[in-house]
Design a binder for this molecule. Structure first.
Ligand SMILES: Nc1ncnc2c1ncn2[C@@H]1O[C@H](COP(=O)(O)OP(=O)(O)O)[C@@H](O)[C@H]1O
Ligand SMILES: [Mg+2]
Length: 310
């Protein structure tokens, strides 16, 4: 495979929280996270709320610094990105798209305005005609009609707003998009359309994606590879198909057993693992301990050790 665009190596993040009376408490949000992100590929980072998914994205976009470990962009440690200019350039290459498609749009401005900014930052557009042409091109890329330009965010549906956010990421020339639960606030009926669009951006434009989700079932629509995360640790990772059809870790099985749709390709696994949901608390307890040992299941399928119930 090609060189990764982003490489995350053994990254840990401890948050210090100011307790009262000078006491400090610390919380280990991430413990030894490693993965690679490639152009034209999607890695799904899957796990329940609070396991550390968004923290991973915030470290990659330099909202927080790593406590230990290393994140590189095209081979260079992102710690080295210091000046405001260098940070802006980096964040143009590596864009975030968030869960709430409304939150990142200004209700007082038209879609034309929202698309003009990234275009002006990224391109030399000479004059209004060229700007309009580029705005229309971006809308076309995300399968929206040119009438959207004069509309305000509230006049669009949630799915259309999320498409605008993806168009803005394309507008600044993003190579890598970190999509943090991009469809979880959308109606079920329009989720698939947004996932399909991301799939096209990947295959036709070569954009790389980190697709963050709590919904393991959606990973197979879009992600070649999946990493399952629990309490700041990646417990199982590799080819999405292998993870979904031959899960090894009890926590992965627990996640799969929570998927309601029997028409998905891993329905047999769901039936077999129905016992896991009954034992959810003990599975969580066993899965949460720090475990350094990793076993290889197949060529691209790895699972962390876990303690079995005594
Ligand atoms: N800035 C912060 N300070 C303290 N704790 C934080 C901070 N950011 C996140 N956390 C904690 O780290 C854990 C992981 O959070 P997060 O990455 O947002 O999880 P997820 O996105 O998987 O729901 C949570 O317990 C959260 O409370
Ligand atoms: Mg989150």
């Amino acid at each position: 495979m090609s060189e990764p665009i982003i490489r995350v190596r053994n990254v840990s993040k401890t948050f210090q929280m100011g307790g009262g009376f000078g006491q400090k408490e610390s919380f280990e949000a991430l413990r030894g996270i490693s993965f690679d992100l490639h152009a034209g590929k999607t890695l799904a980072l899957v796990g329940e709320s609070g396991c550390g998914k968004s923290t991973v994205a915030r470290l990659i976009t330099k909202v927080h610094d790593v406590t230990s470990g290393e994140i590189t962009f095209k081979g260079n440690n992102i710690d080295q990105i210091q000046s405001g200019q260098a940070l802006r350039e980096y964040r143009s290459n590596v864009q975030m798209v968030f869960q709430d498609p409304f939150g990142s749009l200004n209700p007082a401005h038209t879609i034309a305005h929202h698309l003009a900014r990234p275009i002006k930052i990224h391109n030399d557009v000479a004059g209004d005609a060229q700007l309009l042409h580029r705005q229309q091109e971006l809308l076309d890329m995300v399968e929206l009609n040119a009438d959207c330009l004069k509309k305000f965010p509230h006049q669009l549906s949630g799915g259309q707003r999320q498409r605008i956010n993806l168009a803005r990421a394309l507008g600044v020339g993003a190579e890598m998009i970190l999509a943090d639960e991009p469809t979880s606030m959308l109606d079920v009926s329009i989720r698939l359309g947004v996932l399909n669009l991301m799939q096209r951006m990947k295959s036709e434009m070569g954009i790389g994606f980190l697709y963050i989700t709590h919904d393991l079932a959606t990973a197979h629509y879009i992600a070649e590879e999946t990493a399952v995360m629990y309490r700041g640790q990646i417990v199982e990772w590799g080819n999405t198909r292998d993870i979904l059809t031959n899960p090894q870790h009890p926590y992965t099985k627990l996640l799969i057993s929570a998927v309601p749709d029997p028409d998905l390709p891993f329905s047999d696994v769901i039936r077999e693992s129905s016992q896991y949901s009954q034992d959810a608390e003990s599975t969580r307890l066993l899965s949460g301990r720090l475990q350094p040992d990793v076993n290889q299941v197949s060529e691209n399928h790895f699972v962390r050790d876990w303690e079995s119930a005594a």
